[in-house]
Every structure is written in C-alpha cells, then in structure tokens.
Design a protein. Structure first.
Length: 238
C-alpha cells in the first residue's frame, strides 16, 4: 500500500491526525531547545552571590546574576534588587519572579498534554466513522461488495493505529519536558532558601559586629541590655 492509498484509506480523520502530529513535533523541538539553553548548574553562581552578600557588595551579586543567566539567576537578581527595602520586599520579589519563570518554562506543555489525550480519541473517531461507512455499504449493496467493505474497515483500523502511534511519543515527550521544567523550578526553590538564609546570617553578623563595636567603646554589650518585649529600655530606678 502506497502513502497515497494509506491516506485515502484513513480518510479525513487521518489527515487531521497527521497535521496534529506535525505541530506536536514542532512544539516539542522548540521547547526542548529552549529548555536546554537555560542554565541549570547554579553552584558557581551561588558561590559568587553568597560571597558578595557576606561582603555586603550588592553590585557584585547583581553582576554575577547578570553574567550567569538562566531562570535561577533571573529570580535571584529580582530579589537582590529589592534587598535595600527589607525582607518583605525581597520575599515578594521572589514570589513574583518565580511565578513569571514558571509561566515561561511551562509554556507549550499544556498543548502537548492536550494533544496526547485527543489523538487516541481522533483515532477512535476514525474507527467509528469507518465502521459506519462499512455498515452503510452493507445495508445498501449487501455483503457482496468486498472492496467497499474493506475500505470502511481499513479506515477504521488505520486511524486507530495512527492515533496511538502518534499519541504515545507525544506523551513521552511531554513527560520529558515536564521533568526538565521540574528540575529548573526545584533549583530555583533550593537557591531561594539558600540565599535567604545567607542574607539572614549576614544581617545577624552585621548587628553583632555593631554591638561589639559599641561595647568596646564603653557602651553596654547587647547581651547585657535589659530590653522589654516592645524593644524599649525600662526607665532607671530612682
């Protein structure tokens, strides 16, 4: 059976399946190339960013994110830019940038998932229409016209096979792309917690250094201060 005969035997449903499969291949290749271009190794990035945070060098941390690139670097850069405005601003920037990166990374996955589900249904639709043609021919001409009967049954079998043959690779491709996205998003969450912990430690070290300096100059050591729950020192006793 030639390709033309195969297309004719499958009918219009097979043509639709072929068009959907072409779009699925294009979408998979486009998203695969996009995700592979995103840098996922962020160990060197975090070494430079953490060192800059400890040295309170915000410009160096931002420059490291800019030079490294990738979703994790973009999220960290968005958060570091809000660092002078306090922790709530940093956490808000983290949330906003993470959502933006997630939308960018998962773009195209939903259409692939939909195609993987509808392709077997299209094949089943071809099966139903093929059997309808077959039984219609039997009702009009009887069971003696084997050619018309074979045409209807052939359409039913070809479209079913085509729907499954295309749906299985699409489903596998969707799962592979989803695993790449999950890896990138997991790295973002991991580096986010790492950076927040280093910021907290850097702030605590700075406060301790400031308190130690005050103590050496003749003031009270922070541990010796009698501070109430509202942070106001009690008035001296008369």
């Amino acid at each position: 059976m030639t390709v033309t005969e195969l297309l004719l035997s499958g009918g219009p449903i097979l043509v639709i399946i072929i068009l959907v499969s072409i779009y699925a291949v294009y979408l998979f290749v486009e998203r695969l190339l996009k995700l592979n271009r995103e840098r996922s190794d962020t160990s060197s990035l975090m070494l430079r960013v953490n060192a800059a945070v400890r040295e309170r060098d915000l410009d160096s941390a931002l420059d490291a994110c800019e030079r490294h690139g990738g979703p994790t670097a973009r999220v960290l850069k968005a958060a570091l830019e809000r660092l002078p405005y306090g922790r709530p601003a940093v956490e808000a920037a983290f949330e906003e940038a993470t959502i933006s990166e997630e939308q960018n990374l998962t773009r195209g996955l939903t259409p692939l998932a939909i195609m993987a589900k509808i392709l077997p249904m299209l094949g089943l639709l071809g099966t139903v229409t093929g059997m309808i043609i077959s039984f219609s021919e039997i009702s009009l001409h009887g069971s003696g016209d084997a050619g018309q009967l074979a045409y209807g049954i052939g359409q039913a079998l070809v479209t079913t096979a085509a729907g499954l043959i295309v749906a299985i690779p699409v489903l596998v491709g969707h799962g592979y792309l989803n695993s790449l996205v999950s890896k990138l998003l997991g790295d973002i969450d991991k580096r986010r917690e790492e950076l927040m912990g280093n910021i907290v430690r850097a702030v605590a070290d700075r406060r301790e250094e400031a308190g130690t300096t005050t103590y050496r100059q003749g003031g009270e050591h922070p541990a010796e201060r009698n501070v109430d729950m509202r942070g106001v020192r009690p008035a001296p006793q008369a």
